[in-house]
Design a binder for this molecule. Structure first.
Ligand code: SAM
Length: 274
């Protein structure tokens, strides 16, 4: 396990992922019944952008560093969460920010050094449980949630291995079988089109319904050695999600603009009907 999220926290891809996550969480919180979030690849929980790791890559400077001052109304909820939470929040911290007393968060993290700060962050929190385990394997053990009938599963692997797309596709099928009412959100890198298309095809070939792919491209996905963009694939999205996601991502496009990002594109595509 070489991947450490501390080097990448707050980069453009993190901003996209967290802003979309927030749209989904806010939709869940609109109904009074409690919900459960399962975060399969949780990371450390929060990140100090002045740390040696973050400073070494400086990736956050062309991510949250560009967005901080934005006054676009579509980004205010996300930016307010970042401000309220202090250090740059990871996915579990964004989720905790939205939880009400009737909701809960289950977070899995496999790296021994990353699970430690995650546990520390939620030490005395009865609504959050942390598992030091493989997030894919945890799906069988932890779904459906014991007490709550609604919720969201976030899958955000490091994509270090060639079969990560395949594992994600299998995970989505498993979640759909075990937790029908749940929303599924998968973050994925867009380097070149071929593996992304194969991922979409694997899902539709498996008969998964109601799939929306939200893509954010910094540049055309031609050079497979570069992170040219990223996506969030959402299955069983809440009502109105497509429009909200589009508004947020278009605002991101404006906020994340730099001189060498002239070809940014937002692409939202329904891959399968309900
Ligand atoms: N979701 C986090 C966020 O948005 O703040 C970032 C997660 S980072 C992209 C991926 C994390 O997954 C890393 O912390 C890595 O250690 C962890 N990881 C890698 N393989 C895993 C596995 N099989 N199960 C659980 N965690 C894993």
């Amino acid at each position: 396990m070489n991947y450490r999220h501390a080097y990448h926290a707050g980069n453009f891809a993190d901003c996209i992922k967290h802003a979309i996550l927030l749209v989904l969480l806010k939709a869940l919180a609109r109904k009074p019944a409690g919900f459960c979030v399962l975060d399969t690849h949780a990371g450390c929980g929060q990140y100090d952008l002045s740390s040696e790791e973050a400073q070494k890559t400086g990736e956050w400077k062309t991510g949250i560093g560009l967005l901080e001052g934005s006054e676009d109304p579509a980004l205010q909820e996300y930016l307010a969460a970042v401000r309220d939470l202090g250090l740059y929040p990871g996915s579990p911290a964004f989720t905790r920010h939205v939880l009400r007393p009737q909701d809960e968060l289950i977070a899995c993290e496999l790296h021994p050094e990353d699970v430690r700060p995650l546990r520390r962050l939620f030490r005395d929190d009865p609504q959050v449980s942390i598992h030091h385990r493989n997030g894919y394997e945890a799906l069988r053990a932890l779904l459906p949630p014991k007490h709550l009938k609604r919720g969201l599963v976030l899958i955000d692997p490091p994509f270090e291995k060639l079969d990560d797309f395949q594992q994600c596709a299998q995970a989505v099928s498993l979640i759909r079988n075990r937790f029908r009412a749940g929303i599924v959100a998968v973050w994925y890198p867009i380097k070149h089109r071929t593996p992304v298309r194969a991922f979409y095809n694997a899902l539709t070939d498996a008969g998964i319904r109601d799939i929306i792919a939200c893509e954010f491209l910094l540049r055309p996905a031609l050079d497979p050695s570069r992170l040219n963009g990223c996506g969030m694939l959402v299955v069983n999205a809440p009502y109105g999600f497509e429009n909200e996601a589009r508004t947020v991502l278009e605002a991101m496009k404006t906020g994340l603009a730099t001189e060498d990002r002239e070809d940014m594109q937002v692409h939202i595509e329904r891959l399968a009907e309900e």
